[in-house]
Ligand binder design. Structure first.
Ligand code: CA
Length: 224
């Protein structure tokens, strides 16, 4: 899960990033409306935390442009006070929820969880595909009582594959989502992680394989 934080108070942006990272979200933080818009338009985030009062472009304008451009990423607006006017304008601009500053960590996490929950999704620590289960809290892959630990990057790649079972995911998309779109990670790093994952799937005797569509990307296949 990847989250964009747009907040000009640096200390608050850092605190938010820290809390989210500790809860296994991947976070990018920017500090003005123009950067916020540019990052949000990449459409790689699962949720955006957006301050209203921002330099260069205010949060409500950022939100209006995003919605106009059909970016439907859930947006949690950060409001300085429980100002009813802000909330009405925010809803009119396409916000999904509000968080009034100052807030407590538990409330922040609960709202982010609610916004990133896919419709109909059951809340569980596990994703499953075919005969394998991917556990979010232990970072492990299992099949019928056989377990194998994954590294953080392996876990994140496997999570993207399992969460999008019918889609081909390109190396570029993995890099954008996991390393951030300004990273200099190379395509062959992805190939290496995919080969580790293939080995681990074999270790637990799974029928699931990672299929390569040359030049396009990867997807999971249930070999049964
Ligand atoms: Ca602000």
């Amino acid at each position: 899960m990847k989250i964009l934080v747009v907040e000009d108070e640096i200390a608050l942006a850092e605190a938010l990033s820290e809390i989210l990272k500790r809860n296994k979200y991947i976070v990018d933080a920017v500090h003005d409306g123009e950067d916020g818009l540019e990052y949000a338009l990449t459409d790689i985030y699962d949720c955006i935390l957006l301050d209203i009062m921002l330099p260069k472009m205010n949060g409500l304008d950022v939100l209006r442009i995003l919605r106009k451009k059909k970016i439907s990423t859930p947006v949690l607006l950060l409001t300085a006070k429980s100002d009813i006017e802000d909330k009405i304008n925010g809803l009119d601009s396409g916000a999904d929820d509000f968080l009034t500053k100052p807030f407590v960590t538990g409330e922040l996490l609960a709202r982010v969880r609610a916004l990133t929950r896919r419709k109909g999704e059951v809340i569980t620590d596990e994703f499953t595909f075919g005969d394998v289960a991917l556990n979010k809290s232990t970072f492990s892959l299992s099949r019928e009582g056989q377990f194998v630990k994954l590294s953080l990057k392996e876990y994140q790649i496997m999570e993207m594959l399992i969460a999008n079972p019918k889609q081909l995911i390109s190396k570029e998309r993995f890099i954008e989502k996991i390393w951030g779109y300004e990273s200099d990670v190379e395509y062959n790093n992805i190939e290496v992680y995919i080969s580790f994952l293939r080995k681990k799937l074999k270790v637990i005797g799974s029928n699931v394989t990672i299929k390569t569509a040359r030049g396009i990307g990867y997807c999971l296949e249930n070999g049964e």
